[in-house]
Design a protein. Sequence first.
Length: 111
Amino acid sequence: MAKERFQPKLHVKRGDQVMIIAGDCKGQTGEITQVIKEKNRAIVAGQNLVKRHLKPRMQGQQGEIVEKEASIHLSNIMLLDPKTGQPTRIRRQEVGGKKVRVSVKSNEVIK
């Protein structure tokens, strides 16, 4: 039986606006389309594009080169503040009996 590994809460989720703070796409912003929790990675729409070569699947069909988004490690992206649009850290705070994400810079609740 496999041992369950503790998964900490992530600072981002699907639909969040983020800025890439390291790597080839440093400084670019976009929306998270997918979060891969097991690998601590996320896919940001339109960023970190890689080319994939596809073989022809049927006779007579041509192979092609497709550009698609590659995942980025969560340590290389930062959530954008909803008020100022600047990158910010988050903290978890209890509001109305429910824990929510709050921007450190502006104290705004992040939906």
